[in-house]
Design a protein around this ligand. Structure first.
Ligand code: IPT
Length: 490
């Protein structure tokens, strides 16, 4: 029990700010466990990031070049990075990461620190700079640019030596000084085992000095610097559950912890959420013979639910072709995906419901905030209870097949078990099997289920580390556009 002096102490900040005394009674819940930093919160809100694998491999029909292809082979015939960023605007993808150097070591910008770059190709008379064209296009279209600078390098003889640390640091400086704001740096773990923590300590220092807001995708020995982690596969599928919490040792010893990367660890000591990387085609780089194997809208929709809908950010790769353009088929698929996302989520069918909760915190944390769609408001329970029951009496019976739940991730993972049920008659409750005994919530959790028609919906928080703090609850009906055959539900 807090004594009188303690209470006064608690109210002092409010008094100093000139706020009414009683606000102390409805203080915000305290954070639980590891919490995100400002970079991670910004990153979560992007929800989707595009990846562009475009480099020497595009011209050699390879995915893992050995670093011997001649620079002269790099010959895009119609490179237009504005075409890429226009595709992203239509797809509603607010950020993009360009592969500046893949493991074949070929540099997509005229680096001063190597003779293996497009400077040594006759393309654009040796004056080409894909990083510049990409970052300029991003600026023009309001896309947040990021860079993949492959830690592994099959071309450079210095790879793995202290001289390589200098080489890579110099290239990082070029990229982070000369191309405006860079929002993410991607440290692929592939082939990078030789690189000890000392390499990354130095490189992370460069990143932090030059681009303080830049998110680090960290793997293996860069685990300590990771703002986000790999989700354990290249299929864009994060686990169920998927906690942002994880021990850094699981990221370091990746091979023994693929499942932990995929699901996180409920009581992991660090906050490092998953980024789900997947290509829209079978390969990361463009191959003409994969034009018939671009992921369908239904496949992308599945991925969306298991990445964005599993407390992760989706990193969706487009492989620009030899023209230097995103292929029409790929562009069309993400246009359609955006229609489906917006069509489905624009209409929260719980809007207008009367909401009650069993253990309300009171004050500005009322349950109606679950439906207001505002960024700054949320529902919180009282500190005495880590469980809760929220009932939504719908204004009219509604049919839905999608559920959304968002936690106030700034306050850490709190809820650890939850279920949603519904009522047809407003009296008795029926389970939704796909929404029963769920575990993590995090920034966003989405569930698809067999359609149900309900007069009331109930969210039961049956387990938690502290009182729930929930930002949004939503129910929706999937909106596959009927007129477009490629969107028809099979
Ligand atoms: C895998 C790396 O080992 C991992 O650290 C991460 O970078 C991941 O790639 C990104 O997709 S290697 C891959 C061949 C599974």
């Amino acid at each position: 029990m807090m004594g009188f002096i303690g209470k006064i102490g608690k109210c002092l900040p409010a008094l100093l700010l000139g706020l009414p005394f009683y606000t102390a009674a409805q203080d915000a819940p305290r954070p639980v466990g590891p919490v995100p930093n400002a970079r991670q919160i910004e990153w979560y809100k992007r929800e989707m990031i595009a990846f562009f694998h475009f480099g020497m491999n595009t011209f050699t029909d390879d995915n893992e070049g050995d670093g011997t292809a001649q620079p002269e082979m790099f010959q895009p015939t119609a490179l237009d990075c504005r075409q890429w960023t226009r595709v992203l605007k239509r797809a509603g993808i607010p950020s993009a990461i360009l592969v500046a150097k893949h493991a074949d070591g070929f540099c997509n910008w005229p680096s001063a620190h190597t003779d293996y770059s497009l400077k040594y190709s006759s393309w654009r008379n040796g004056k080409g700079d894909v990083v510049k064209e990409f970052t300029d296009a991003c600026k023009a279209d309001g896309i947040k640019a990021g860079i993949y600078l492959g830690p592994h390098d099959r071309h450079d003889k210095r790879y793995g030596t202290p001289q390589y640390a200098d080489y890579y640091a110099d290239q990082l400086s070029e990229l982070l000084r000369n191309y405006g704001p860079i929002w993410e740096i991607w440290w692929d773990g592939a082939g990078a085992d030789k690189l000890t923590e000392a390499f990354y300590t130095r490189w992370a220092d460069t990143v932090r000095k030059l681009q303080p807001q830049c998110v680090v995708f960290g793997t293996k020995n860069s685990n300590k610097f990771a703002d986000c982690r790999w989700n354990g596969n290249e299929s864009g599928i994060s686990g169920d559950p998927c906690w942002a919490n994880i021990d850094l040792s699981a990221i370091r010893d990746e091979a023994q912890h693929i499942d932990d990367l995929n699901k996180g660890q409920q009581n992991g000591s660090a906050f490092v959420p998953a980024e789900a990387d997947v290509s829209i085609r079978p390969s990361w780089f463009y191959h003409t013979n994969e034009n018939g194997r671009v992921k369908t809208v239904r496949e992308l929709w599945d991925i969306y639910f298991q990445s964005v809908g599993h407390n992760s950010v989706l990193l969706l790769n487009y492989p620009p072709d030899r023209r230097g353009l995103v292929h029409e088929i790929d562009a069309q698929r993400t246009d359609s995906l955006r229609l489906l996302i917006d069509g489905t989520f624009k209409n929260n069918l719980a809007k207008g419901a009367v909401v009650t909760s069993l253990h309300p915190r009171g004050g500005r944390f009322g349950a109606q905030h679950l439906l207001d769609g505002k960024p700054g408001t949320y529902y919180a329970g009282t500190d005495a209870h880590s469980t809760d029951t929220l009932v939504f009496q719908l204004p009219a019976a509604k049919t839905f097949d999608v559920i959304m739940l968002q936690e106030v991730i700034e306050l850490g993972h709190r809820t650890t078990e939850w279920s949603v049920d519904y009522s047809e008659d407003g009296k008795s409750w029926l389970a939704i099997p796909e929404a029963t005994a769920k575990q993590s919530v995090g920034y966003k959790w989405l569930i698809r289920h067999e359609p149900v028609k309900a007069k009331a919906v109930r969210l039961r928080i049956t387990g938690g580390k502290a009182c729930p703090a929930l930002h949004t609850f939503g129910i929706y009906k999937e909106q596959f556009a009927k007129k477009r055959p490629e969107l028809a539900k099979k």
